[in-house]
Design a protein around this ligand. Sequence first.
Ligand SMILES: Nc1ncnc2c1ncn2[C@@H]1O[C@H](COP(=O)(O)OP(=O)(O)OP(=O)(O)O)[C@@H](O)[C@H]1O
Length: 693
Amino acid sequence: MARRTPRTPRTPRRPQVDTPREGRQPTPDHATTDTSDTSDTSESEKLLFGGPLRYDMGFSKHEDAFLQLNLRAMVRRLPLLLRMTGELAREADKGALRAVALAEVGRGASSAVGLIAVNRVLAHLLAAGSTAERLGQASGALAVAGTAALAGAVLRALSTAATGQLEPKVERVATERYLAHTARVELAAVEDDEFHKLLDSAQYGASSARRMVQYCQNVLGALMSLIAAAGVLALLHPLLLPLLVAMTLPSSWAALSVARRRYLSFQAWVQHTRAGNLISRMLISTDAAPEIRVHNVGPFLLHHFRAMSQSQEAEQRRLARLAARTGLIAAGWTGLATAAAYATLGGMLWTGAMALSVGGTAVLAIRSGSSSLDNLVLQINYLHEESLFVGDLHRLCEEAELRAVPVGGVPLPEKPEAITFEDVGFTYQGDAGKRALDGVSLTIPTGKIVALVGENGSGKSTLVKLLCGLYQPDAGRILWDGVDAAEADRQELVSRVAVVGQDFYRWPFTASVNVSIGRPDVPVRQRRLDDAVGYAGAEDLIAELPRGWQTLLARGYKGGHQLSGGEWQRLGLGRAHYRAGELLIVDEPTSALDAKAEQHLFEQIRALADSGQTIILITHRLGSVRAADLIHVLDHGRLVESGTFEELLTSPANGPKTFRALYDLQAAQYAPPAQVPQQGTGRADAPPAGAGR
Ligand SMILES: Nc1ncnc2c1ncn2[C@@H]1O[C@H](COP(=O)(O)OP(=O)(O)OP(=O)(O)O)[C@@H](O)[C@H]1O
């Protein structure tokens, strides 16, 4: 009897990356370290990622729920698995789902009819009489067996066609679920490594759901054939059924053991795999391409890519060895069970407990039944294994619901007079003990230019991220007049805000989309686009692009065009203007602008503030904050000074002097040697032109 061996360990869900051919390229010193040992953290993991990337499975929250891959648990879970796939399939294409189900039930019925007909044929052929007579009597049953086989083939084709239609739709529906839920979660969730791990494993849920459709079809088909064969066997002799089961148990056990090991391994290695893929992507990324060449980083990355891949290969080897051992044990037990089954059958024939024609049908039914049962267990096992990933997708959706940006809330005042930070504190996840903001109380009067200044890491960007609702304070409140932003409608809050961050995104789309994506929910208007680039001083930039607004701003694509850093910054400013939020936040808006563009921008900012818009300006160029109505100075997450430009520069000798010290330091770099002011003695009215640039 042909036995299926358990699938060998595989990693189809992960992009397979070939180990690159070794070239005679220089490798760094540490390249000589043997990194193929998986028992410890590899040198590459330590060097590039600061430690092990493999998860200790003890952490797994769903170990209890999902890893009990024993036969009982698997059978218990089968209805749930079928329902999960059924729900996805129903959402994707009800008609195709119905067609698959009907075709498979029909196939089972035709298989049972076929077996019964074969039994009749054998009974007629083994009865007394001439050959012609026996053939004549068997012809009716033969015709039935032939028709059943034909019907089975047609139904199989129907089922295959409907499954082919259903599979891609199920994958699409599952992928949409994944993406839609991910897009809705809070920023803090995306930055949480546990949530990210779930994102990693759940991304395979969609392709697993697609494969589950195929396996469901196979399970249904095998189940129907099994019922047919088992029904016939039970009719022939009741002892034949347990024999059938005994023959199939060893391979079921083997398949389950292998699946369990593979899934555990996948979960433990998921982050390692992502890191390996990250390195391979860097090697082909257009952003990294210049530095890879100028600093000759290629061999370094290739070496570590190879080392990380070798660690994974070692894990695959380990799984393969275990699978081979399990398969061998299972094959031994199956051989014994098969010998026992046929010995029992022979004994029954020998003692006359069973007629010869019944014995012939029994052999056929045992062959058909054991292959169906074997196949059924294998398919259920595949189904179960895939369902673990679909389970991850479900878990992600549940988790994402809990961590989703809340919908609804208290409306914000239409024209607030001020936004007030009341004793606000915030610590980033994983940064325990290090407060990014600590007890910050300040006011942002609307319709004014408010500047935030301070040294690197003093908390300026964090403060505006809290203001935009990207993070929630863990202490204190942010009030829009009397309304606490934590209780406000987040959608409304973000619609009031436009941001040009330091790391604003450079969309790999056309210039038109790069600006209009500031308000993706409204139709693109040319006048609004022109206004936006006029504000950012980028009219000439657009006019000079090869295809104007329709120029693709992405390297590595046909017709793609590359912008300089300053040109991107102007487009980013244009995007923020296009968004038309009441609160415009500009974080280092002029870092990449030339002097003319910078001056233009500050004139525009002043004009916007005069028209009633609130501007929050973050900059290290202290000469630029002269135009601000109010300046808040942060230091190590705390507010240390507030006031106008003049107030901060002319504060009394024993008063706060952080701003003054920073300003003098910058001014000194631009003053002619003879006029370098001493710290604390510079005059507010005498900064050198362009100070801080
Ligand atoms: N996403 C993040 N996760 C964890 N820590 C962060 C994150 N963003 C910032 N931090 C930390 O919070 C602190 C404040 O950072 P923030 O970006 O607010 O400073 P900043 O004043 O804007 O600095 P810069 O002038 O360099 O832009 C820093 O110590 C930084 O390391």
